[in-house]
Design a protein around this ligand. Structure first.
Ligand code: ZN
Length: 190
């Protein structure tokens, strides 16, 4: 758990990881199946439910994959928020080689997402900015050539994050630090 105050409190993580704006919005999609109370007609006991939430910054319009939603409030995602909020963007040119079976589709409009997911799982589609440059087939394997932008506090951390997220054999050909996007104008932390 995160303490309500202090340096791990909401003021440190409840903001956009790119521009530090606190002008956030949440989109919640809820699907639920409930019992119906036969006397009152009220919605009752939950049979099944599915909730998806995406937090977005209203200043730079980016999704906030370091923030989750649970029990009516936004919470930081451990192991991710500190790196993303206090880190800087790193751009890696890399390849990931996976079994061809891991790739749902490698042509058509969904190919980019499918190849990004095969290479880096949810990190590839939700956290990193992933651009698939091209891919090559070799026997039963596919090598995906990508440009990836991710947030980290050092080159070492960026490499470790890429390594941990990789679902195949990762080779990093270059890794360079970019400058952070400008902070939001009304940011009280600037
Ligand atoms: Zn922002």
């Amino acid at each position: 758990m995160v303490a309500p105050d202090g340096e791990n409190g909401p003021r440190s993580w409840l903001r956009c990881y790119r521009c530090w704006s606190q002008n956030l919005e949440i989109q919640v999609h809820y699907e639920g199946i409930h019992r119906v109370d036969p006397d009152t007609g009220e919605r009752g006991e939950v049979v099944d439910e599915l909730q998806e939430a995406v937090v977005q910054c209203l200043d730079c319009m980016h999704d906030q994959p370091h923030l989750g939603f649970s029990d009516g409030r936004i919470l930081p995602i451990e192991d991710r928020w500190e790196r993303m909020v206090t880190g800087t963007p790193w751009v890696a040119s890399c390849t990931v080689t996976v079994d061809a079976d891991e790739v749902d589709t490698c042509s058509g409009p969904d190919a980019g997402d499918a190849l990004s997911y095969a290479a880096f799982g949810d990190h590839g589609t939700r956290e990193f900015f992933t651009h698939v440059r091209f891919h090559k087939h070799a026997e039963d394997e596919i090598t995906v050539h990508l440009l990836v932008e991710l947030y980290a506090r050092s080159a070492e951390e960026a490499s470790v994050v890429l390594q941990d997220a990789s679902r195949g054999v990762l080779a990093i050909t270059s890794l360079a630090e970019e400058s952070r996007p400008p902070a939001a104008v009304d940011d009280p932390h600037a």
